[in-house]
Design a protein around this ligand. Structure first.
Ligand code: C2E
Ligand code: CA
Ligand code: CA
Ligand code: CA
Length: 422
């Protein structure tokens, strides 16, 4: 079992920090939030490939876990970032010893079969109560301290200081701007069609959020979804996107269109207790048959806390909502899990489609995913189709649905309506 998926995620971490806060208030102790970032990880991941990257992360998590006491919390923030909550401190300085030990654990080279790697950790520390009174502030400030370590040449730790607040302000500014963007209705959805590989018919559209930020033009979701996730604003933004997509689908439905509307869910939305109720209420509000809606979640999200995820997915499937596993092929879900997963659609990650040439390794992977998916009765979608060669290869290989710039870019509802009208 992958030890990474068993670590608490950022949502759980916030709960733990709130708990630590109550406890520290009770027995007037201190606690520290450590923000950890692996140095050099991206280079490893990019040069050796994701498989090796994942091995490094697992090994690193194990080394960290061995130093963290049972009463403390080690969490995975995502990517190569971890956090530790260290409780029951008498003085802030006491946490420095732990940082030394965590650094030591990473001095031993990482042994990956043919490769031996040297990595280190950059660590930032924020201490409750002096550095912040809530989980967000403590984490942001621990991150700001970590940033300083990075800039000073990596490998080490630092305590948060007030002069570091400018980078915190960068985060807070973006969060405030996002909050305002919701109120001022600066978000909009673009829609990218999905085509049947054989007939060329539009079988679905995917809603992709855009932010028309005054003075900055169109901001891509890659630039603000992570900040929205970290601040919890993703829930309100996600509610808006789901509602807007369903409203638009209702309009197209009334014009006689029966393709499906796909909406992306981030990990936080997916885990949130009220997801099922929100989906149910939104469909009801627009009097939309559940089968018109497809929810896209990434393979990684579907695999984190697999049993919980399975339960949520099953409930959605029972409601009649379609489910699609996005970025498929990057998360290494097991066959056994995949078989039980009630998702009608697998979306092959763009990374595999990008380098599709007949006879290549990626071509073999894509064909294997298609064969496997079909055996399990799933529809296979390829995203990121940019060339005629890719399209033809995918169609000949039996891929069911195609999506990409070659066939149709994400565009406004108005432009897509015109296309649909012929
Ligand atoms: P995704 O779900 O994997 O979406 C596909 C991304 O690939 C989109 O980027 C799309 O514009 C882009 N794309 C489509 N065809 C091609 C192609 O042929 N070539 C290339 N190079 N790219 C192509 P976009 O719109 O920037 O969205 C990025 C990510 O942001 C999405 O990845 C999704 O994870 C997230 N996102 C977008 N909208 C929402 C939303 O409403 N809610 C949430 N939670 N996440 C969203
Ligand atoms: Ca890193
Ligand atoms: Ca998607
Ligand atoms: Ca994708």
């Amino acid at each position: 079992q992958d030890p990474l998926t068993r670590l608490p995620n950022s949502l759980l971490l916030e709960d733990r920090i709130s708990q630590a806060q109550r406890k520290a208030d009770r027995d007037s102790s201190l606690f520290a939030v450590l923000f950890l970032d692996l140095d050099g990880f991206k280079t490893v991941n990019d040069s050796l490939g994701r498989q090796f990257g994942d091995l490094v992360l697992i090994e690193s998590a194990q080394r960290l876990a061995a130093e963290v006491r049972a009463q403390d919390t080690l969490a995975r923030l995502g990517g190569d970032q971890f956090a530790v909550v260290v409780e029951g401190l008498e003085q802030a300085e006491d946490v420095a010893q732990l940082c030394e030990r965590l650094a030591d654990t990473h001095e031993r080279p990482f042994d990956l079969g043919r490769h031996q790697l040297r990595l280190s950790l950059s660590m930032g520390i924020a201490v409750y109560p002096q550095d912040g009174q809530d989980p967000h502030t403590l984490l942001s400030r621990a991150e700001a301290a970590m940033d300083r370590v990075k800039h000073a040449g990596r490998n080490g730790y630092r305590f948060f200081e007030a002069t570091m607040d400018s980078s915190v302000h960068g985060h807070l500014e973006l969060q405030n701007a996002l909050r305002q963007a919701l109120a001022e209705r600066e978000f909009l959805l673009h829609y990218q069609p999905k085509f049947d590989a054989l007939s060329g018919q539009i079988v679905g559209v995917e809603a992709l959020i855009r932010w028309l930020r005054p003075g900055s033009g169109m901001v891509s979701p890659a630039q603000f979804i992570p900040a929205a996730e970290r601040s919890g604003l993703i829930l309100a933004i996600g509610d808006w996107a789901l509602d807007e997509a369903c409203r638009q689908m209702r309009a197209w439905y009334d014009q006689g269109h029966r393709f499906k509307m796909a909406v992306n869910l981030s990990a936080q939305q997916f885990r949130h207790a009220r997801l099922i109720e929100t989906v149910r209420a939104t469909l009801a509000r627009h009097e939309l048959p559940p089968a018109q809606l497809v929810l896209e979640i990434t393979e990684t999200t579907a695999m984190e806390e697999a049993e919980t995820a399975m339960g949520i997915l099953r409930t959605l499937a029972e409601m009649g909502v379609g489910l699609s596993i996005d970025d498929f092929g990057t998360g290494y879900s097991s066959l056994a899990y995949l078989k039980r997963l009630p998702a009608g659609e697998l979306k092959i990650d763009r990374a595999f489609v990008g380098e599709l040439t007949p006879g290549s390794e990626d071509a073999a992977i894509v064909q294997a995913i298609i064969a496997l998916g079909h055996t399990l009765g799933r529809t296979i979608v390829a995203e990121g189709v940019e060339t005629v060669e890719q399209r033809d290869f995918l169609a000949v290989s039996g891929c069911d649905t195609l999506q990409g710039f070659l066939l149709g870019r994400p565009t406004t509802a108005t432009a897509l309506s015109e296309l649909l009208a012929g």
